[in-house]
Design a protein around this ligand. Structure first.
Ligand SMILES: Nc1ncnc2c1ncn2[C@@H]1O[C@H](COP(=O)(O)OP(=O)(O)OP(=O)(O)O)[C@@H](O)[C@H]1O
Length: 217
């Protein structure tokens, strides 16, 4: 279970009242997807930044399966973030971009290399193993990014601007990660994305996450 409790944050350079003090609480089970919507500027990126470890909360707790995540740097949190673009390392070939999820030091064992090959083949990217991200289409880049999966997936409008078939293929990839036990937080306003993936829905309002169920943490 991903448990976020009273995670409080305020941007230093803001005047009081300029932006809300953020206070986030929610719970997300392995295999579950929570969608988050809210108008521009309500704090969606701020929430993702706090979870991923790019921003430091003033107080509160964040734990995965009972283990504190706040003490861990971003690369040790077991979190994969997939945004609209810029999710891959430009100078690394496709197979290493995926392999980073298995071996952050890029020293993949033969077994891990085989897993990467299998994963790429399963999503129709077998022939693109050695390409650089700049040599892929947008949809192919998102497939590579989602293949890197981990126990927590933070998705920020990752399907925007893609055609229906590509989007459906990426939904399948996310469903596969869910089936493998990943907890998924999906920032999206797209009704189709939300219906395809979300088990519960939340919206951001006045610096808080309002989850559409009684289980708000
Ligand atoms: N580095 C910063 N310093 C000060 N204020 C910031 C900073 N980053 C964001 N903010 C403010 O915090 C609020 C939330 O911003 P955030 O980027 O989280 O919103 P968002 O919901 O992701 O917006 P969008 O949908 O437009 O991307 C906004 O009012 C924004 O102006």
């Amino acid at each position: 279970m991903l448990e976020c409790r009273d995670l409080i944050f305020h941007y230093d350079r803001c005047e009081p009242g300029e932006t809300p003090d953020f206070c986030f609480s929610f719970r997300l089970a392995p295999g579950e997807c929570l969608s988050v919507a809210g108008p521009s500027g309500t704090g969606k990126s701020t929430l993702l930044g706090l979870l991923a470890g790019f921003l430091e909360p003033a107080s509160g707790s964040l734990a995965w399966q009972g283990r504190d995540l706040l003490m861990q740097p971003p690369w040790e949190r077991g979190i994969t973030t997939v945004f609209q673009e810029h999710n891959l390392f430009d100078q690394l070939p496709v197979w290493l971009n995926v392999g980073l999820g298995l071996a952050p030091d890029m020293r993949l064992t033969p077994a891990q290399q085989a897993r990467v090959r299998e994963g790429l083949a399963e999503v129709g990217l077998a022939g693109l193993h050695d390409r650089l991200p700049a040599e892929l289409s947008g949809g192919q880049r998102q497939r590579v990014a989602l293949l890197r999966g981990s126990r927590i997936l933070l998705l920020d409008e990752p399907f925007s601007g893609l055609d229906e078939a590509t989007r459906a293929g990426l939904w399948d990839l996310v469903r596969r990660q869910k089936a493998a036990g990943a907890a998924v937080l999906l920032v999206s306003h797209d009704r189709d994305d939300i219906e395809a993936l979300a088990d519960r829905r939340a919206r951001l309002e006045s610096g808080q996450l309002l989850v559409d169920s009684c289980d708000a943490g």
